[in-house]
Design a protein. Structure first.
Length: 336
C-alpha cells in the first residue's frame, strides 16, 4: 500500500472506517490482509460478470465502455483510502488506466476542499472534476488555478435553525460550520487528529450568522447508537443529513447530496447517469449509488447501504474498488 504524503498534511478524515473482512494476528495485533495476485484476478472476473449482468438487464442497453461519456464517481475514505490513510498501487493503476481511456474519474467525498485536494493530487487527478462537502461544492481541477482548483458550484444554506436543533438534541456536542478555503469555525476544538483543516473557535452567535455549505455535529465519547437516536428524535426535516461511523453528523443544504452534484456535473459534461459508475461505502453515498447506472458498495459498508447498490465488492484493504475499475477496462479488451 502506498502511504499518502504526511508532509502534505494528508490523513484519514474524522469518521473512522469499520473493521471487517479477513484479518490475521501479527505479534498480538491484527493486520488487514490484501488479496494475492490470483485471488485479485478472480475478483476482477467476478466484477466483470456483475457489470455484464447489469448491462444485459437494461431495457435500453447502454454500453458501459470506458470513454469520454463515462463518469466514474469515487468516494474517498473506505473506498480508495484505507484506515491508515493509504492508497494501494492497484487503485492508483486502475484510475490511471481509466483516465487513459478518457473516462471522467470524479472524487465524490464528504471531505472539505482542503482535505480532498491532497488525495486528488496523490492519485494523479490534477485536472477534471471533484465533488466535496457531500455535494455542496463542485470543483474544476486545474493545475494553473490558485490552489489547483476553481469552485464552479457552491450551494449554501442558513445554518441557524439546524444549529439550534442540534444543540438542543446534543447540548455537549461540538458544532462546526465549514468555510470553503478557510477550514472550519467551531464551537470548541475537535479531538486531536480528527480535522485536517484549520479550526477557528467562535461563539454560537457567529456560527449561526453566516451561510454555510455544511454544518457538522460531533459528540466525542458518545455511543453511536445513542447519538443516532438523539439526532433522529430531533426531526431535522428541513435539511439532509448523514450519520457517519462515529458520533458525527453532517448537515447539508436541503436536497443536496453527492448524487445531485453528479447529476448536474454529468449534464455539464454532456452525459448522464446511465453512463456512470459510482463506488462508496457510507450512508452519504446511498443516493449516489442509486443514481448511477452501476452503483457499487464496498464490502465494509453497512448492510442497508449494500442493499441499495447494484454490486457489492470487497473492502478497501482487499482492493474492492480497484477490481471494479479494472473490470471496466477488461470488459473492453475482451470485447475486441
Amino acid at each position: 500500500m502506498r502511504p499518502l504524503d504526511d508532509t502534505a498534511g494528508i490523513q484519514p478524515s474524522g469518521q473512522p472506517l469499520s473493521v471487517l473482512g479477513d484479518l490475521e494476528p501479527i505479534r498480538g495485533r491484527r493486520r488487514l490482509r490484501p488479496l494475492g495476485h490470483e485471488a485479485y484476478h478472480g475478483l476482477v472476473q467476478d466484477r466483470m460478470a456483475d457489470v455484464d449482468a447489469i448491462a444485459r438487464r437494461r431495457a435500453e442497453p447502454v454500453p458501459l465502455v470506458p470513454g469520454s461519456q463515462m463518469v466514474v464517481a469515487l468516494d474517498v475514505d473506505g473506498t480508495i483510502v484505507d484506515m491508515g490513510g493509504r492508497v494501494s498501487e492497484r487503485v492508483m493503476a486502475s484510475i490511471a488506466r481509466l483516465r487513459a481511456h478518457e473516462v471522467q474519474v470524479v472524487i465524490a467525498t464528504g471531505r472539505s476542499i482542503e482535505a480532498a485536494m491532497p488525495v486528488a493530487r496523490h492519485i494523479g487527478l490534477t485536472s477534471g472534476w471533484m465533488v466535496c462537502a457531500n455535494g455542496a461544492l463542485t470543483l474544476r481541477l486545474d493545475p494553473e488555478a490558485p490552489g489547483g482548483h476553481e469552485i464552479v458550484d457552491s450551494i449554501t444554506f442558513d445554518p441557524a435553525a439546524a444549529i439550534d436543533t442540534l444543540r438542543a438534541a446534543v447540548p455537549d456536542g461540538i458544532v462546526a460550520v465549514e468555510t470553503p478555503g478557510a477550514g472550519f469555525r467551531v464551537s470548541r476544538p475537535f479531538p486531536d487528529g480528527e480535522l485536517i483543516e484549520d479550526q477557528t473557535v467562535v461563539s454560537l452567535e457567529e456560527l449561526r450568522a453566516q451561510s454555510a455549505t455544511r454544518v457538522v455535529l460531533r459528540a466525542p465519547g458518545m455511543a453511536v447508537d445513542e447519538f443516532s437516536a438523539l439526532v433522529h428524535d430531533a426531526g431535522l426535516h428541513s435539511v439532509e443529513y448523514a450519520i457517519g461511523w462515529t458520533a458525527w453528523l453532517d448537515v447539508a443544504p436541503q436536497g443536496v447530496t453527492k448524487a445531485s452534484a453528479l447529476e448536474a456535473l454529468a449534464a455539464r459534461l454532456g452525459t448522464d447517469a446511465a453512463h456512470a459508475v459510482a463506488v462508496g461505502d457510507g450512508s452519504n453515498d446511498v443516493e449516489m449509488l442509486q443514481w448511477a447506472g452501476v452503483g457499487v458498495a464496498m464490502g465494509s459498508a453497512p448492510q442497508w447501504v449494500r442493499e441499495c447498490a447494484d454490486v457489492v465488492t470487497e473492502p478497501v484493504w482487499r482492493d474492492g474498488c480497484a477490481a471494479v475499475l479494472d473490470a471496466l477496462i477488461e470488459r473492453t479488451r475482451e470485447s475486441r
